[in-house]
Design a binder for this molecule. Structure first.
Ligand SMILES: Cc1cc2nc3c(=O)[nH]c(=O)nc-3n(C[C@H](O)[C@H](O)[C@H](O)COP(=O)(O)OP(=O)(O)OC[C@H]3O[C@@H](n4cnc5c(N)ncnc54)[C@H](O)[C@@H]3O)c2cc1C
Length: 466
């Protein structure tokens, strides 16, 4: 069988790429090794984690916020199997949605492991070991990423879990040790803390959320500590003894020194993700990887081998579903002879905790390192009417604008619904807005988004409600 495009992997990068290619009239197929479509994001990533974050947030609100709003329902009781069913139904619905969309767009689907056998030839091996070879004018590698592991610590997905195991724990651990203070560790740590676990987060660096604006990270850490999450920064988990009823983790200062031992029922290893290229036959096909094992691509998402492209977590850049999706659209358009493009300067990043953390563009540290002169406008939610009346005043909006041109270079939000609010900042930045453009845009009252307008006004020190 012969195709214009064959996409390997059906995560958000792969399935979106296939749909866009089909829309553009290209004969398209996808190859997927797993039982369901949707990749990490739909099956064991964004979707199930957000279901548990949503349910656990409401559980906590019921316990702590309902009473003061005059809603007396008594203490909520956790039914963990039902909460897991709620999550699984959400995953199932989303996964079936991808199935439907692929069919609707007449994308052919092949189950099995895809391997680049020769230029323009893709071999698919199914579960039973049967092989078939497909012809393709273009192959898109969208094979995503896998959990990063720590030397000497074996993930059994029962007591020592990755994010995948942390999404299906059969009971609330009394003590949860989270190794790594990145997005996944903080999101899943929040879920299990809300459901009753004592959570300790150990991080190698001396700060949480590496790569994010430091002011945001520090403020967010204080909020999480107030909620009951404990942190041990500049520390590393060097071993976990699994011989007893409790895990015994050895924690050492990152700079060296004597170890202390901490008990836990479950340890979540959340130290990042690595590109997944197993079984693709890249070395034989001559496809180059970069120094971190990612498929190397040029500005048009093309590898060094003609006709082979790559997108998503398997290439450089933030490991985010929407980045993979945008690359999927761009590469389909490039293959179809159009001008596909991704603006890597405007990719929002969201942490779906309570409060949420969202950012787009440069952090203060980025701008200082690049020697760019900037002005910061900051507005706290304690001064926003809607946040005040809802008793949701943790956090702030910060806008960073170029001193000379006033162009918005970065927006950072810690606060309720920050993940939805950051879209306004992303649109503004795509259009090259100045902070004054945002400041002069009418924002509905009373909304949380007025804090964005006020932060923009604060760039010129003229916010009204501060
Ligand atoms: C717990 C967790 C929470 C997350 N939350 C968010 C979030 O809220 N927002 C966000 O933007 N991102 C989130 N992410 C990250 C997001 O899931 C990834 O960035 C995204 O899934 C990457 O998409 P992708 O298409 O590149 O790859 P994947 O989604 O990893 O898909 C790759 C697919 O390729 C298949 N495959 C691999 N090799 C082969 C082969 N040789 N043949 C056939 N098939 C193959 C795999 O089975 C898989 O289905 C989260 C991740 C995790 C783990």
């Amino acid at each position: 069988m012969s195709y214009d495009v064959i996409v390997i992997g059906t995560g958000p990068g792969g399935y979106v790429c296939a749909i866009r290619a089909a829309q553009l009239g290209l004969k398209t197929a996808v190859v997927e090794k797993d039982k369901t479509f949707g990749g990490t994001c739909l099956n064991v990533g964004c979707i199930p984690s957000k279901a548990l974050l949503h349910a656990s947030e409401l559980f906590e609100e019921t316990a702590h916020s309902f009473g003061r709003m005059g809603i007396d329902v008594g203490a909520p009781k956790l039914n963990l199997p039902a909460m897991m069913k709620f999550k699984d139904e959400g995953v199932d619905g989303n996964v079936k949605g991808v199935d439907y969309l692929l069919k609707k767009n007449k994308v052919d689907t092949f189950r099995g492991v895809g391997r680049i056998a020769a230029p323009g030839k893709l071999e698919v091996t199914d579960e039973g070991g049967r092989k078939q070879t497909l012809d393709a004018r273009a192959v898109v590698i969208a094979t995503g990423s896998d959990v990063a592991r720590l030397k000497g610590i074996t993930i059994d997905e029962k007591r020592i879990v990755s994010s995948t195991g942390a999404l299906v724990l059969p009971k609330v651990p009394e003590k949860l040790l989270v190794v790594g203070a990145g997005v996944i560790g903080l999101e899943l740590g929040s879920v299990w803390r809300r459901l009753g676990a004592q959570v300790l987060v150990v991080e190698f660096l001396d700060r949480i959320l590496p790569g994010m604006d430091l002011d945001v990270a520090r403020s967010f850490q204080r909020i999480l500590q107030k909620q009951g999450i404990a942190f041990k920064l500049a520390s590393k988990v060097s071993a976990i003894d699994t011989s007893g009823a409790k895990l015994k983790a050895s924690i050492e200062p990152a700079a060296g020194g004597s170890a202390e031992t901490v008990d836990a029922d479950v340890a979540l290893i959340a130290v990042g993700r690595v590109p997944y290229t197993e079984g693709l036959g890249l070395a034989e096909a001559g496809v180059k990887l970069d120094n971190r094992g990612r498929v190397a691509v040029d500005a048009h998402l093309a590898t060094n081998v003609p006709g082979v492209y790559a997108i998503g977590d398997v290439i450089a850049g933030p490991m985010l579903a929407h980045k993979a999706e945008d690359e999927g659209v761009a590469v389909a358009e490039i293959i179809a002879g159009r001008a596909g493009h991704v603006n890597y300067d405007v990719i929002p990043n969201v942490i779906y905790t309570y409060p949420e953390v969202a950012s787009v563009g440069k952090s203060e540290e980025d701008l200082k390192a690049e020697g760019v002169a900037y002005q910061a406008g900051k507005f706290p939610f304690t001064a926003n009417g809607r946040a005040k009346v809802n008793h949701q005043t943790d956090g702030f909006v910060k806008i960073l604008a170029d001193t000379k041109t006033d162009r918005v270079l970065g927006v950072h939000i810690v606060g309720p619904d920050a993940g939805n609010m950051i879209a306004e900042a992303a649109v503004a930045m795509e259009f090259g807005a100045s902070s004054e453009d945002i400041a002069r845009t009418c924002h509905a009252h009373p909304t949380l988004s007025e804090a964005i307008k006020e932060a923009a006004m604060a760039v010129e020190k003229r916010s009204i409600h501060m």
